[in-house]
Design a binder for this molecule. Structure first.
Ligand code: ADP
Length: 280
């Protein structure tokens, strides 16, 4: 099973990812965790990512795409994976499509956790307090100020992925305001409904079932989402074209990085970033 969990910070992606890991024997691939580990270990990637993450920004696409490209090569990801925190931009999604295509792998579903933004600040504050109580180090980006920036990044750069995956008939929306247990149950229910829960190879059966169940419409209805009005959709067309162009460029870069093999891309991207910084 190959899944993506999509949702703003504090929507419960990490919690649900862990439950999916236990239930289906797949691995959780969290770019946030991987980047935090890189920061802690002071690797070149970590050094580049540190300030960006602390400020609530997004680490360059090339870096995260390269990290994921390396990670899904490892044997433990063969059985399947749940991506948590990746992709976060349209170019990252395009690059992932390219990567999976290259490896003849298919994505089963993208599970979107829908939450009220007003609840997120509270959730993140609670998470920080719980970590402090356990004597754990609190994430430097778990402050109200940085969270506001992370939410802005989500809205501007990650939310377009809802449309991206909806168009590709991969999107399943779950109400993330329910209890943890209820959200888990709902995710499992829809994964069974589309046939992803049984099919380890995620072949055609899932696709057929998905089409038959009309999942996209059903989940949209369940989440109370309105179909985008035509005028609004038309308005979004020009930026979409621009984004698509940028995405194609990123995919080209990413697949080049994949072809050239592992670790060169982050270093190259890091170099570029250093140059940019030195200039500004
Ligand atoms: P959140 O709780 O905000 O979803 P994560 O633990 O997933 O946080 O990620 C923490 C930070 O790591 C992000 O704010 C961002 O700076 C960086 N990051 C993680 N994944 C990505 C990604 N796919 N692309 C760019 N930056 C990322």
């Amino acid at each position: 099973m190959r899944l993506i969990l999509l949702g703003p910070p504090g929507s419960g992606k990490g919690t649900q990812a862990q439950r999916l890991v236990e239930r289906y024997g797949i691995v959780q691939l969290s770019t946030g965790e991987m980047l935090r580990a890189a920061v802690a270990a002071c690797t070149p990637v970590g050094l580049q990512a540190k300030d960006i993450m602390a400020a609530g920004g997004l680490v360059p696409d090339e870096i995260v795409v390269s990290i994921i490209a390396d990670r899904i090569e490892l044997p433990d990801a063969k059985k399947g994976f749940v991506l948590d925190g990746f992709p976060r931009t349209v170019p990252q999604a395009e690059a992932l499509d390219e990567l999976l295509k290259h490896k003849h792998m298919k994505l089963d579903a993208v599970v979107e956790l829908r939450v009220n933004e007003s609840a997120l600040v509270q959730r993140v504050e609670t998470r920080a307090a719980q970590m402090r109580a356990r004597g754990e180090e609190v994430r430097v980006d778990d402050t109200p100020e940085v969270l506001t920036k992370r939410l802005a990044s989500y809205r501007a750069q990650t939310e377009p992925l809802i449309h991206y995956y909806s168009e590709r008939r991969k999107l399943l929306t779950v109400d993330g305001m329910m209890t943890i247990e209820e959200v888990t149950r709902e995710i499992n229910r829809i994964l069974h409904a589309i046939g992803a829960a049984e099919s380890k190879s995620s072949g055609k059966a899932g696709t057929a079932k998905r089409a038959a169940a009309g999942t996209r419409e059903a989940t949209k209805k369940a989440a109370g989402r309105q179909v985008k009005p035509a005028a609004k959709a038309a308005k979004g067309r020009a930026p979409a074209k621009k984004a698509a162009k940028a995405a194609r460029r990123a995919v080209k870069r990413a697949s080049e990085a994949v072809r050239k093999g592992a670790k060169k891309a982050p270093r190259k991207a890091a170099k570029k970033l250093t140059k940019k910084r030195a200039k500004g």
